[in-house]
Ligand binder design. Structure first.
Ligand code: UDP
Length: 326
């Protein structure tokens, strides 16, 4: 399949491209490089461009017979979205409308969309299933939910087939260590711990130890980025086989606390993690763990890597090979 990967130079998009290549597909990356890295793109086809620009999109669709779009291009930081919500509505919602219009112009009928567990906000139940009520707590989550709904409406009106995938905490790196998680302004737990261990970042702070959890720190569902990528391929193939448009959670179905992740990082790297406790970070729910039953049943997808030590070993491999980033 010829697959357009928007946001193909980003963390998850670049791993998606690796996974598609390993499975005999032909990915084409599309990215405005606002946060992505050109060096993370392992395939030949790369189109610099912005999803909000119809000219950029028409170029890639006209020059390639695209079978499906896997759509990652988005602004994706919760904190930033609180400070600059309109950036998120513009880039994410308007950007996706522009992408869907271009798909309409070029007769492309299949899209796999990168959504997020942030649509659930402070969920009422654990594990979180696709039936758990959605109530995002940030413009980031709101815009991802708005896009899910927009795609569903467009699907009815334009005959587009879609799968929206709500990710829990993506982490880890490709086994090769050639690509991994790297951002200019990192906010995520595992890369922050590893940057701290490499001396690239001074303080590592644990946000809150007074949550209603066994050790007082927040619990999350950490899923290996290659398991996520595999789920997108499964979703795309499901659509090609006539599967119906739908929404799925993607997590491993198990939760780990911040302190358990620190312990895993110490095992994975053989180094001691130093940290201080800080107050809670605004907007962090205590526990977010997925029920992944629906994806397992309908997409026949299983996570391969459930051990945070192994996941962190892969991330560490990338970091030690690229200590200064790409
Ligand atoms: N976290 C932390 N210190 C940091 C970054 C994150 O204690 O420097 C905690 C955060 O409060 C949350 C968990 O680690 O409970 C995962 O945070 P991350 O930002 O990686 O993902 P999120 O769950 O917010 O999407």
């Amino acid at each position: 399949m010829k697959v357009l990967v928007t946001g193909g130079a980003g963390y998850i998009g670049s791993h998606m491209i690796a996974e598609l290549m390993e499975n005999g597909h032909e990915p084409i990356a599309f990215d405005n490089l606002s946060t992505g890295n050109r060096k993370a793109v392992l395939c030949d086809g790369f189109y610099p461009g912005d999803i909000r620009n119809p000219v950029d999109l028409d170029r890639v669709f006209a020059e390639n017979k695209i079978d499906a779009v896997i759509h990652f291009a988005a602004s994706s930081l919760v904190g930033e979205s609180m400070e600059n919500p309109l950036k998120y509505y513009n880039n994410n919602v308007h950007g996706t409308a522009s992408l869907l219009e271009a798909m309409g112009r070029h007769g492309v009928r299949n899209i796999v969309f990168s959504s997020t567990a942030a649509v659930y906000g402070e969920a009422d139940e654990v594990p979180i299933s696709e039936k758990t009520p959605v109530k995002p707590k940030s413009p980031y989550g709101e815009t991802k939910l708005a896009i899910e709904k927009m795609i569903a409406w467009a699907s009815g009106a334009m005959g587009i087939n879609y799968i929206s995938l709500r990710y829990f905490n993506a982490c880890g790196a490709h086994k090769s260590g050639d690509i991994g998680e790297w951002r200019e302004n990192e906010t995520h737990l595992i890369p922050i711990i590893l940057q701290n261990l490499l001396g690239l970042r001074k303080n590592f702070r644990v946000f809150g130890n007074d949550y209603d959890t066994p050790d007082g720190t927040c619990i999350r569902d950490y899923i290996h980025v290659m398991d996520l990528a595999r789920a997108h391929t499964a979703a795309m193939m499901y659509l090609f086989e006539g599967g119906k448009s739908d929404i799925f959670n993607l997590g491993i179905g198990k939760g780990f606390s911040v302190l358990q992740i620190i312990e895993a990082a110490e095992k994975a790297t053989g180094r001691k993690v130093n940290f201080t406790y800080e107050g809670r970070r605004a907007g962090d729910p205590a526990v977010l763990v997925a029920s992944n039953e629906k994806a397992r049943k309908i997409l026949s997808w299983e996570s391969v890597e459930d051990d945070p030590v192994e996941i962190i070993k892969d991330a560490w491999n990338f970091y030690t090979r690229h200590p200064g980033g790409y």
